[in-house]
Design a protein around this ligand. Structure first.
Ligand SMILES: Nc1ncnc2c1ncn2[C@@H]1O[C@H](COP(=O)(O)OP(=O)(O)OP(=O)(O)O)[C@@H](O)[C@H]1O
Length: 317
C-alpha cells in the first residue's frame, strides 16, 4: 500500500502539491491524473524519496521510502526513462541495481525477458530508442519483485504493440496483488487500464474514486444526431438542449435523450439518418472536471505567462 498524508511541496512561490491525502490499494491499478503542472511528478518524486516534502508524509508499506533497507524490493518505479548511463549495457545497468539492493543476479535475465529486451541486453543503452529505454525503465521497476509499482507516463515513446503490452503488464501486476500507481495523459488507455482514479488539479485532490463512478459522475450524456437538414434540427432542438456542431451533417446534443430528440424531429417532419447515444468517456469526464484547474489553458494568457516563468526557473535549476 502506498499512502500519502497531508503531503505538501512548495518551490518558492509555487505550491506544487497542496495537502494531498490518498492511498493506493493493492490489487488495483490506480490512475493518477491531472492537467500539466498539476503536481503529479512532484508527488511521485516525494513518494520515492527523491524530493523532500515541505510538510506531510508519504509511506510505502507503512514506512517512508528511505527507511526501506532495499527500496527496490519495496517499490519499483519508472519516472524518467532517460536517467540511465548511456555507456552501460542494459544488462550491466540492471546488474548494478540488483547488486545495490541484494537482488539475486538471476532476476536480471528474467526481467529483460519480461520486457522483451533480451536480444539487446548487451547493447549500450545510449543506442536505445525511446521505447527501448522505456522498457528498460520498466525492467528496473520489476527487478526487486516489489509489492508496489509507480509509473510516470509509462506509455511515452511506445508503439501500439508496446502500449497494449503495458496495459497487460499493469493488469497482471494488479491481479497478482500489487499496488500499481500510473500517471498518463492518454485518457483512452487510462480508461482501459485503471480500476481507480486519483485526480489532482493545482496540487490539490479533486477526486479519489473508482473509474466507473468518476465517469458517471462527471460526464454529460450526449447523443449524436445525423440527417440532411442540420440547420432545421438545430433550430428545433436548441431551445430544449445544448446543441453543438459535429460533422457537416451531424450535431451532438447534450441534455436530452435519444427518444425525446427523435420525437421532436418526427413532430417537425425532419428526416433523421442516425440517432446514437454516446458512451461517456474518461476523456470527457476529465475535461469537464478539470476545466477550472487547467494550468496551461489555451487562451488564458495570464496563466500561460506565469507558468512560462515557472518553467524557465525549473530549467535553470
Ligand atoms: N524543481 C522545481 N522547481 C520549481 N518548480 C517546480 C519544480 N518541479 C516542479 N515545479 C512546479 O511544480 C508544479 C507541478 O509540477 P509537476 O511536474 O509535478 O506537474 P505534473 O502534474 O507532473 O505536470 P505534467 O503533466 O506537465 O508532467 C509546476 O508548476 C511546476 O512548474
Amino acid at each position: 500500500m502506498i499512502e500519502v498524508h497531508g503531503l505538501t511541496k512548495r518551490y518558492g512561490e509555487v505550491l506544487a502539491v497542496d495537502d494531498l491525502t490518498f492511498a493506493v490499494r493493492p490489487g488495483e491499478v490506480t490512475g493518477f491524473l491531472g492537467p500539466n503542472g498539476a503536481g503529479k511528478s512532484t508527488t511521485l518524486r516525494m513518494i520515492l524519496g527523491l524530493d523532500a516534502a515541505t510538510s506531510g508524509a508519504a509511506t510505502v508499506g507503512g514506512r517512508p521510502y528511505s527507511a526501506h533497507p532495499a527500496p527496490l524490493k519495496a517499490i519499483g518505479a519508472l519516472l524518467d526513462a532517460g536517467a540511465v548511463l548511456p555507456g552501460r549495457t542494459a544488462y550491466h545497468h540492471l546488474l548494478a541495481l540488483a547488486a545495490g539492493n541484494g537482488i539475486p543476479r538471476g532476476r536480471v535475465a528474467s526481467v529483460l525477458t519480461e520486457v522483451g529486451l533480451e536480444s539487446v541486453a548487451r547493447r549500450r543503452t545510449g543506442t536505445f530508442s525511446l521505447g527501448m529505454r522505456q522498457r528498460l525503465g520498466i525492467a528496473a521497476a520489476l527487478l526487486g519483485d516489489p509489492p508496489a509499482l509507480v509509473f510516470d507516463e509509462p506509455l511515452n515513446g511506445l508503439d501500439p504493440e508496446g502500449i497494449v503490452w503495458i496495459r497487460g503488464l499493469m493488469r497482471r501486476m494488479a491481479a497478482e496483488g500489487r499496488a500499481v500507481l500510473m500517471s498518463s495523459h492518454l485518457m483512452s488507455e487510462m480508461e482501459l487500464t485503471a480500476d481507480h482514479l486519483i485526480v489532482i488539479g493545482r496540487g490539490r485532490l479533486i477526486a479519489d474514486t473508482p473509474m466507473e463512478t468518476f465517469i458517471d459522475a462527471h460526464s454529460s450524456r450526449e447523443v449524436l444526431v445525423r440527417g440532411p437538414q442540420v440547420a432545421s434540427l438545430r433550430r428545433i432542438l436548441s431551445p430544449a438542449a445544448e446543441v453543438r456542431a459535429d460533422r457537416v451533417d451531424s450535431l451532438v446534443v447534450t441534455g436530452m435523450d435519444a427518444a425525446a430528440i427523435g420525437a421532436m424531429a418526427a413532430a417537425a417532419g425532419v428526416e433523421l439518418h442516425e440517432l446514437t447515444p454516446r458512451q461517456p468517456s474518461l476523456e470527457q469526464a476529465f475535461m469537464d472536471l478539470t476545466r477550472d484547474a487547467l494550468e496551461y489553458h489555451a487562451g488564458n494568457t495570464t496563466t500561460n505567462a506565469a507558468n512560462a516563468t515557472n518553467s524557465a526557473q525549473e530549467t535553470s535549476r
